[in-house]
Write a protein that binds this ligand. Structure first.
Ligand code: NAG
Length: 288
């Protein structure tokens, strides 16, 4: 992908940052820091964003009934004119998933060992839900990578680009693909009709998930040797809202567990077909 695309994706980022009406003040419980998403709210999002990736994750039967699971599809489901129910979480504070400039965060340690000092720094009581969310995020960031995966947590665009160039090659340009945000009045689950779908790239892709923290932290991972495809799908909601959604496809599912929720929702078996899922606006796919 050329320069054009990178510009385009940064433009999208820019649009996200200046989108009017969405920069609502955050929850008052946040004690003035104002950027830490509530864990309850995030949990809903997490089940959406991590599920597609977590091949080994045990999912409960109930998850089939969870509207948040309505993010899986295959490539033939996204032909122009097709309609399907899709869940997109609402983001009330887009600043919570935008990277801060590196100089604002690089001196803050991202470490469980430092959690007591971090809580004092952000003025969160140790038993608050913010403290719990930070602890969980640090745990995710310190987790050992599953076999065949490279992963890391990133707090700035620069460090993410370094990581991506380590995978794509030192001279590669790095693009970011993410879904647009739904408006406040859009039902979280509704039917969408595919208006357009465009392949962005096939090959090496890094999936990044926003984790709850007082500033933007992304957990990013890359599966060695996996073939993935990312598409941008323009969807028209039943309520008239349009969403441009990042749609990531895992092309080889033959090694996945048969119990993966994607198979169960789509009534497929490992290796039958690719499994794809829509990304919520606060996550992103990093592409060369
Ligand atoms: C989507 O459309 C189908 C078929 O018309 C309908 O049965 C279903 O209830 C709709 N789902 C939602 C979430 O609106």
């Amino acid at each position: 992908m050329g320069k054009e695309f990178v510009c385009c994706s940064f433009l999208l980022l820019l649009c996200v940052s200046i989108a009017p009406g969405n920069v609502a003040p955050s929850h008052t419980e946040d004690d003035g820091v104002g950027v830490l998403r509530l864990p309850e709210q995030k949990q809903e999002g997490r089940s959406t964003s991590h599920m597609g990736m977590g091949m080994g994750m045990g999912m409960e039967e109930d998850d089939l009934l969870n509207p948040g699971a309505k993010v899986f599809a295959t490539i033939k489901d996204i032909q122009v004119g097709k309609t399907m129910p899709i869940y997109f979480p609402y983001v009330d504070d887009p600043t919570s998933f935008q990277f801060l400039p590196k100089h604002k965060t690089h001196h803050i340690p991202l470490s469980s060992e430092q959690l007591p000092q971090l809580l004092r720094f952000f003025s969160f009581p140790p038993d608050s839900h913010q403290a719990l969310a930070m602890e969980q995020t640090l745990k995710i960031c310190e987790m050992e990578a599953p076999k065949g995966e490279v992963q890391g947590c990133f707090t700035s665009l620069e460090s993410l680009v370094d990581f991506a160039q380590g995978i794509f090659g030192p001279d590669s340009q790095v693009g970011i693909v993410r879904s647009s945000m739904i408006s406040k009045s859009t039902p979280l689950l509704q039917n969408y009709t595919v208006a357009e779908s465009k392949e962005i790239t096939t090959g090496k892709l890094i999936a990044c998930h926003n984790e709850p923290y007082p500033y933007a932290v992304y957990y990013c991972h890359f599966q060695l040797g996996s073939v993935n495809k990312v598409l941008m799908v323009s969807l028209r909601g039943d309520n008239g809202d349009q969403v441009d959604a990042a749609f990531l496809c895992h092309m080889d599912t033959s090694t996945w567990s048969a119990g993966h929720i994607g198979f169960r929702l789509l009534r497929l078996k490992p290796g039958d077909s690719e499994i794809c899922h829509f990304f919520p606006a606060y996550d992103m796919v990093v592409v060369p």
